[in-house]
Design a protein around this ligand. Structure first.
Ligand code: FAD
Length: 429
């Protein structure tokens, strides 16, 4: 680390604005606050950091209430980042299996169309970590990050939607807000998700690409414990019928489900909230598409909280680098989904978002020139995002395979998984 040179660091005395208080934006803000104390030069001037978020501060439990798998594999390093942020214990405690840590806990599974277990994908826990995986509700993880950011003095302006971005010619940028007002900055961190407004303004050629899958998703609530297997385990049903099913616990009384199928054309998704009639039709369609699946499929679908029901066309995009092409000389960084959106089939977008946040902060306290910091950041962030993107395309094929092809893929997956377990057991540092 360039501790002696810290007054010369690009970030010294700079104004940093972050668009989006999602996983990547919060991870970056917190990481920087954690790393700044290591810059001990008396001449270093603390940068100012502010986040703009379009949503309200009370995280509506009915929105984005799905649960996430925070993984510890070498590619995504989500659990490792939570540890570096000092949030792992809280995340474990407040995770879906919090109360079961150290005892029986759920795991990722592959089921056949009768819910018979084909495989439990239980990787060994890497050395130095208490858990291999943390399954946690997105809103809970976001809330933990928000609390930690606020405790570290990060300013978050809620209900502040960015609608435009302009370059000011000297690398600096100006953001424009919905309803009027603007603010200039020395460094802009775009962490505003898959449909990033900032990306649309500064890199309009980097668009989402439809991956040929449409899905209906919802969260189902139960008075008691949800029926197994999704009360504890999560994963994919490989039905061999071309229809994919994902189920996962969200908390002690709810699960999330997604039924999906391959479709060459995207389905129109209205901008505004679906009406009751459309939602009723969507639920019927979900039941119809999964009619070959035995119970508890029907029970899961019928217990859906209609507020949470949605139709999605699944899209993603390749990562892009900074300080190149139209971004050369522009002090902007795109983190998480704003750079490399992945579909839920990757099961790793939030892990990438967490790691992006930490890695960017670390490069900014290491390099004097922003250009060097961004190049070093790209070298960390881009390869892992590409690997995850490839993996998610495989999962899409795998999860929607038909007939005998399903079992060829299952065999391939079992061999690959066996190899991974072997390598982790014997070669993990
Ligand atoms: C059903 C489902 C299951 C998933 N499962 C997993 C999983 O198991 N494991 C995993 O690792 N990942 C999973 N993911 C992916 C993960 O949720 C995302 O990849 C992750 O949230 C991306 O983080 P982000 O910070 O880049 O974007 P987001 O978390 O989307 O945050 C973007 C933020 O920017 C704000 N914003 C947007 N536009 C503006 C604007 N114009 N002005 C101001 N603020 C704005 C938004 O309100 C939001 O708060 C799943 C996703 C889905 C949908």
């Amino acid at each position: 680390m360039s501790l002696l040179n810290s007054p010369l660091l690009f970030i010294s005395g700079k104004k940093i604005l972050i668009v989006g208080a999602g996983i990547s934006g919060l991870s970056f803000a917190l990481s920087l606050q954690k790393l700044l104390p290591s810059l001990t030069s008396p001449n270093f001037i603390q940068p100012s950091i502010k986040i703009f978020e379009r949503d309200t501060s009370d995280l509506d439990p009915t929105r984005q209430g799905y649960s996430l798998s925070i993984r510890s594999d070498g590619t995504t390093g989500g659990v490792q980042t939570l540890l570096k942020l000092g949030l792992l214990d809280t995340a474990i405690e407040r995770g879906v299996h919090g109360e079961n840590v150290g005892k029986e806990k759920g795991t990722f599974c592959l089921w056949d169309k009768k819910w018979k277990e084909i495989m439990r994908v239980n990787l060994p826990t890497p050395k130095g970590l208490p858990v291999q995986n943390v399954r946690i509700k997105r809103n809970v993880l976001r809330g933990i990050l928000v609390d930690a950011c606020v405790a570290h003095g990060v300013e978050i302006e809620w209900e502040k939607k960015v609608v435009g971005v302009e370059t000011l010619g000297d690398g600096r940028l100006k953001v424009v807000f919905d309803g009027g007002g603007e603010e200039e900055c020395d460094l802009l961190v775009a962490a505003d998700g898959a449909r990033s407004k900032v990306r649309g303004a500064l890199k309009p050629d980097a668009v989402l690409v439809y991956q040929g899958v449409v899905g209906i998703m919802g969260e189902s609530r139960f008075d008691g414990s949800p029926p197994p297997p999704a009360e504890k385990d999560w994963g994919l049903m490989l039905s061999g019928t071309g229809t994919g099913l994902f189920v996962s616990p969200v908390d002690a009384h709810s699960i999330v489900w997604s039924v999906s199928w391959l479709a060459s054309e995207q389905r129109p998704v209205p901008n505004q909230e679906l009406g009751n009639k459309e939602k009723g039709e969507l639920l019927k369609e979900a039941l119809e598409r999964g009619k070959a699946f035995p119970e508890p499929y029907k029970t899961y679908i019928e217990a859906t909280d209609m507020e949470t029901l949605m139709l999605r066309n699944f899209s993603d995009k390749d990562p892009f680098d900074h300080w190149a092409g139209s971004l050369e000389g522009v002090n902007v960084v795109f983190l998480g989904d704003a750079n490399h959106a992945v579909t839920p089939f990757a099961g790793a977008g939030a892990c990438l978002a967490l790691s992006d946040g930490w890695d960017l902060a670390e490069q900014l306290v290491k390099f004097e020139k922003l250009e060097d910091a961004l190049k070093a950041y790209d070298e960390l962030s881009m390869p892992r995002a590409k690997r995850i993107l490839k993996f998610s395309h495989f999962t899409i094929k795998f999860g929607h395979a038909n007939g005998w092809w399903t079992w060829v893929l299952v065999l391939g997956f079992k061999i690959l998984f066996g190899l991974m377990v072997f390598l982790r057991k014997f070669y993990s540092p």
